[in-house]
Design a protein around this ligand. Structure first.
Ligand code: 5AD
Length: 346
């Protein structure tokens, strides 16, 4: 038996492999079809052909941080900054609800405007209007008390990527005031507060190695998140990483398959970054083990401004109002978008 088969089978049967085996798999640049089809088999066993959708509302592109990779970093003067009001956000939820969305993800930069008071009010309003919906937040690092207050207000889930589980690598992607230690603390605070937690990392970020990727797997095993979001790093012209090369489609897809085998029950999105990198990205992600898509529900007027990386997709099947297109794409790939399930667990 070849190594690719042996290691894939081991991942499938034991949801684990040694560091050496994982490194071998990451290094391997031959045919990975067996890995992909095994991951798809596991996804079908656990989730059938269902693809879950989440409506993404990008509530603010103000951010106090200066992450070296991110287009909305504080020191980028070329961003038209915006923030959505409660009314704007409720309007997004209304149109999303009518389209069949039952999860609203509010994502934004770390923007002091959204204090606990402001955010709790928004969350509580959404839950009062749409008690059958899940509210997911993706607002970066906050205090344990803040996470707890938002949870009490009705938030169900929180997405916070760890970005890389290697300290030195983390320090090369972020300014000095941001540390992996505090990122990890936030993630464990979120878990302990009772959130369903999503984490993840960029694929092919500058200075990433196969060794740091193995650390990412190990950290995820330790954290055991409900969702794992990964997408290729894509350079942004106004960042220190403007000349760095983008992450690769094939590595991202390979990592989705490895993650599906290691975490059979995880929600794994085919991310916007993956779809932005390549027109086949979304479909390839789904076929490799991904089972979630997160179309954009933000008001059209601000979509251009939430530019984390260059050429971010926000039209066609990326746009919530074109749900029909997305459903078609998903169907062609051999799966089925489920809407209106009224089950917040999904
Ligand atoms: N390329 C790809 N993904 C990026 N993100 C931020 N900037 C980029 C970029 N240049 C991702 C980060 C963050 C998520 C919201 O977007 O992983 O956690």
């Amino acid at each position: 038996m070849t190594d690719i088969k042996k290691i894939t089978d081991k991942l499938k049967n034991e949801q684990n492999a040694s560091d050496e085996e994982l490194l071998w798999l990451l290094d391997f640049d031959g045919d990975t079809e067996y890995l992909r089809s095994s991951a798809d088999e596991v996804r079908k066993k656990v989730y059938g052909d269902e693809v879950y959708i989440r409506g993404l509302i990008e509530i603010s592109n103000h951010c106090k941080n200066n992450c070296l990779y991110c287009g909305i970093r504080a020191s980028n003067p070329n961003v038209t900054r915006y923030r959505l009001t409660k009314e704007d956000i409720l309007a997004c939820c209304k149109s999303g609800y009518e389209l069949g969305f039952r999860t609203f993800v509010m994502q934004g930069g770390e923007d002091g405007y959204y204090s606990d008071e402001v955010m709790c009010d928004i969350v509580a309003c959404i839950k009062a209007l749409y008690p059958d919906c899940a509210v997911t937040l993706s607002l970066g690092e906050r205090s344990r008390e803040s996470y707890s207050a938002l949870k009490k207000a009705g938030a169900d889930r929180y997405l916070l990527r760890h970005e890389t589980a290697d300290d030195v690598h983390y320090s090369k992607l972020h300014p000095e005031n941001l540390t992996l230690e505090s990122r990890k603390k936030c993630l464990f605070d979120l878990k302990e507060t009772g959130y369903q937690v999503g984490s993840g990392f960029m694929v092919g970020s500058p200075f990433q190695t196969n060794e740091t990727l193995v650390k990412d797997f190990r950290f995820l095993q330790y954290l055991s998140p409900d969702m794992i979001g990964i997408g290729p790093f894509i350079s942004h012209k106004d960042t220190p990483f403007k000349n760095e090369k983008n992450g690769s489609l094939s590595l991202t897809v390979k990592l989705i398959s490895i993650l599906r085998l290691m975490f059979p029950h995880a929600l794994i999105p085919a991310t916007t970054a993956l779809a932005s990198l390549d027109s086949k990205g979304r479909e390839m992600g789904l076929k490799a083990g991904a089972n979630v898509v997160m179309p954009n529900l933000s008001p059209e007027s601000v979509r251009d401004s939430y530019s984390l990386y260059d050429n971010k997709a926000h039209s066609g099947s990326e746009a919530a109002e074109s749900l029909a297109l997305l459903k078609e794409l998903v169907k062609k790939a051999g799966y089925r978008v489920v809407t209106d399930v009224g089950n917040v667990k999904r």
